[in-house]
Design a protein around this ligand. Structure first.
Ligand SMILES: [Zn+2]
Length: 80
């Protein structure tokens, strides 16, 4: 049986199957969805709805807070 890749949410550090997580990356100081190349990180679907998620991501990854707010908002609205 092939094992499914496990990744960690950078906010809550919970480990999940990769397909359950949202893959993001930093691109020139902004937050974007993973483009297919480069360094990436993951957030779980629970954390994107958390109150402090924007600050956590912006602070940890040194990303412009406006771009984090915008993308998180978009991700939450797609989910609901
Ligand atoms: Zn999480």
């Amino acid at each position: 049986m092939k094992s499914k890749p496990i990744r960690m949410c950078i906010a809550c550090r919970k480990r999940e199957r990769q397909q359950e997580l949202i893959r993001l990356q930093k691109d020139q100081g902004n937050l974007i969805r993973y483009s297919g190349k480069g360094r990436s990180f993951y957030l779980c679907t629970k954390c994107i709805e958390g109150q402090h998620i924007t600050k956590i991501v912006a602070g940890r990854e040194k990303i412009d807070i406006k771009s984090v707010e915008e993308l998180i908002k978009e991700l939450v609205s797609v989910k609901n």
